[in-house]
Write a protein that binds this ligand. Structure first.
Ligand code: SF4
Length: 351
């Protein structure tokens, strides 16, 4: 059980990183109007490092901030910070190619309207739609199914907003110091019973495997030059890609479906993170630029080939690949992921 509260950054309460203040801007459903997108782009350019980071929850981060005051004022004026008390719990991922934003907005408003939910952990997560149901939500909605910790226990609901708020309240009552529903002893069963479903047997799982998404323009290693895409409405995806209107100039993004950059992600690493044992992003870029090297461990001098030997630079990996500068493995995508973690002398492979 956790012995300390989570330290997820917000848009106003920043995380102090080695390269300055880090703000995480929640974008429920990932949808930003053209005007809102320009507000965050300009904030990154004028107040931060000039880049926008896309997270595995389809949120945005700005680095290199002096403080959160000016950023908070700009976000409030743009409608991107509707609640100072609930901002860190506004974690709603939605299937990005479905017309589900009205439901996301209703869920967001209802969660923010309940004072008891302000102290949910910043790790709290709701998913909307089948293609994101495998991303580790505490609660998920697929048609009339209410998933609990990613599992279909038989709960069927007609009012998803009321159901998610009710389930979130129960989680808050039960959770003690736990951050996620999956960590609460018997939490799934107790919430299932509350909804009147007594059959504890698992019903057909409504979980869809998560795969890299080559169908929407990808953001290389999740970090975007904030000069790009001025005046464009965007939808952020949890695969660190963007949905933009047809005809948009997508220079600087990954658009070739055969690009080896699809599905590859990395944590901040050096110099932005003081804990990092390596300049992870530079190492990944070197690997991706040298297709003649078939194994990243070989490139980095570890000398141990992976037993499966299936991962090759210069080709789309079958599974997402994530690189980290230390064992915390920040930003690791949910699901089945090939990982490389810096050790100080190279990288250790985790499968
Ligand atoms: S995984 Fe480690 S090195 Fe990378 S951002 Fe997290 S704490 Fe820093």
């Amino acid at each position: 059980m956790r012995s300390h509260p989570d330290a997820c950054p917000g848009a106003v309460e920043l995380h102090q990183a080695a390269d300055g203040g880090l703000a995480r801007i929640r974008v429920p459903g990932g949808t930003l109007s053209a005007a809102q997108w320009d507000v965050v782009r300009l904030a990154a350019l004028e107040l931060g490092s000039g880049s926008l980071e896309l997270t595995s929850r389809a949120n945005l981060q700005i680095r290199g901030l002096a403080d959160g005051l000016e950023l908070g004022a700009r976000l409030r004026a743009a409608g991107l910070l509707p609640s100072d008390t609930h901002e860190r719990i506004r974690n709603i991922i939605a299937a990005p190619l479905e017309p589900n934003q009205p439901l996301v907005d209703a869920l967001d408003a209802a969660l923010c309207a309940d004072p008891a939910l302000a102290s949910l952990p910043g790790r709290f997560l709701v998913t909307v739609g089948s293609s994101v149901s495998g991303l580790g939500g505490d609660f998920g909605r697929v048609d009339d199914v209410l998933l609990l910790a990613g599992t279909d226990t038989g709960v069927r609901v007609h009012d998803p907003v009321d159901a998610v708020v009710t389930a979130a309240r129960l989680f808050q009552e039960l959770r003690g110091s736990a951050w996620r529903l999956s960590e609460v002893d018997d939490g799934v069963r107790k919430i299932t019973e509350h909804f009147g479903t007594t059959d504890a047997a698992r019903i057909t799982p409504a979980v869809t495997p998560v795969a890299p998404s080559p169908t929407t323009p990808g953001v290389p290693l999740g970090r975007l030059d904030a000069q790009l895409l001025p005046g464009v409405p965007v939808r952020l995806t949890p695969w660190r890609s963007l949905v933009v209107p047809a005809g948009t100039d997508v220079s600087g993004l990954i658009t070739d479906p055969a690009s080896p950059w699809h599905g590859v992600s990395a944590c901040t690493g050096r110099p932005g993170c003081a804990k990092s044992l390596s300049d992870v992003r530079a190492d990944v870029q070197e690997w991706l630029a040298r297709p003649e090297l078939s194994d990243p461990l070989e490139m980095i001098g570890m000398g141990t080939r992976s037993p499966q030997g299936a991962l090759q630079s210069g080709s789309i990996p079958q599974r997402p690949v994530h690189w980290s500068g230390c064992s915390r493995r920040c930003g690791r995508p949910a699901g089945d992921v090939i990982e490389f973690v810096a050790t100080g002398d190279g990288y250790e492979e985790i499968r």
